[in-house]
Write a protein that binds this ligand. Structure first.
Ligand code: SAH
Length: 346
């Protein structure tokens, strides 16, 4: 930690706070107490931490601050609520709460903008300005829970940004929401989604986090993938699949492949057969995503029958597959859409 500069308390994992207290010659148990105040009782000042000694409170106040993110707008539909937040440097990010029958799932942003340049994605129209700090991801969850007076049961890192391009902060964020002394979201209720940054997937294997991994695949061969996802020019499909097989072997966990169906681009019968062949025998499942059309991008959603045919081919070829339920058409819930529209209104 930088001496003399007060840091956002929400940036800290329990382990980092333990180290902080050890350096102060205090019992590391204090970190658990602080975590319980922050994430169980949700206090927003150190003075409210009444079981902690005054002198400790005094230096905590010097070393840390409680930052906030400001809610700018909120758009609601039956089963979805979309939030636009303003950060301390006036940048804007989004979070989306989806109400499923199994619980409340929050889609969290990890960066301001995104450099991956996927052709179909609204978020990438704004290049990356900066990574989100860990605390800025934590605050998305705290704010949404406060605002809607609910508890989030699932977190997906599928908002604006590429989580593995902000690896360390994302891992700390997962750690904070997963810690049982705090928010205590189960590992299996947390999903990190990546467009396929291979070195980071390898690091993720080593880190051994028990959270779910989703891969944005969207194409069944390099030629097609290169056209819609520039990242695949750097990390080839074969290498990506090899890495995922290694992940499955090491972790014994099932991987999700996301596949957006884009009309006339990647939704043909041959694409489905090629995809089935690519994933044959892997412990995985495919999540088919009906494309959420956006006014700035020319891609169109495949029609319902094409989606069902694609689904059937995968099923017949023994690939586990689901079709993602569509959320938030009224509230422009696809990545980056709310922020894009808000800008236009200004
Ligand atoms: N960068 C990460 C996470 C953010 S995007 C990743 O690529 O996985 C989360 C998912 O939403 C990705 O699968 C992405 O391809 C998909 N997506 C982006 N724009 C979309 C749109 N307009 N309609 C449907 N899905 C979209």
């Amino acid at each position: 930690m930088v001496i003399g500069v007060s840091m956002n308390i929400y940036n800290y994992t329990i382990k980092q706070l333990e180290e902080y207290f050890i350096n102060k010659n205090e019992k590391k148990f204090k970190a658990i107490q602080v975590f319980e105040w922050l994430y169980r009782k949700r206090v927003t000042s150190f003075d409210e931490m009444t079981n902690i000694k005054k002198d400790v409170i005094n230096y905590l106040k010097e070393d840390f601050k409680f930052e906030e993110i400001k809610l700018l707008t909120r758009q609601e539909d039956v089963d979805v609520c979309k939030f636009l937040f303003q950060l301390k440097d006036d940048n804007k990010i989004e979070a989306v709460l989806m109400k499923h029958d199994y619980g409340n799932s929050l889609c969290v942003s990890s960066q301001v903008g995104c450099n991956m340049g996927c052709k179909f994605c609204e978020s990438g129209r704004l290049k990356k300005i900066r990574n989100l700090e860990t605390g800025e991801m934590v605050l998305q969850l705290l704010e949404v829970e406060k605002e809607l007076n609910i508890r989030v049961s699932h977190v997906v890192l599928m908002g604006i940004g590429e989580p593995f391009d902000n690896y360390n902060n994302v891992i700390d964020f997962i750690d904070i929401i997963n810690t049982d002394k705090g928010i205590a979201l189960g590992s299996r209720h947390i999903t990190v989604s990546t467009c396929g940054i291979i070195p980071k997937i390898k690091e993720f294997i080593k880190d051994g986090k028990q959270v779910n991994l989703a891969i944005s695949l969207h194409a069944s061969n390099d030629e097609l993938r290169n056209k819609i996802m520039p990242i695949s020019k750097v990390y080839k499909l074969d290498d990506l699949i090899k890495t995922i097989k290694e992940y499955i072997k090491q972790t014994n966990r099932r991987v999700t492949f996301e596949y957006i169906l884009l009309k006339g681009i990647n939704d043909k019968k041959e694409n489905a057969l090629e995809l089935a062949n690519l994933l044959k025998g892997m412990n995985c499942y495919v999540n088919l995503i009906p494309y959420n059309e956006t006014s700035h991008i020319e891609f169109k959603k495949s029609n319902q029958q094409t989606i069902l045919n694609f689904y059937d081919i995968l099923k017949k070829n023994n690939i586990s597959v689901t079709i993602r339920r569509e959320f938030g058409k009224k509230v422009s819930a696809a990545c980056g859409q709310l922020r894009a529209n808000y800008k236009e209104e200004l």
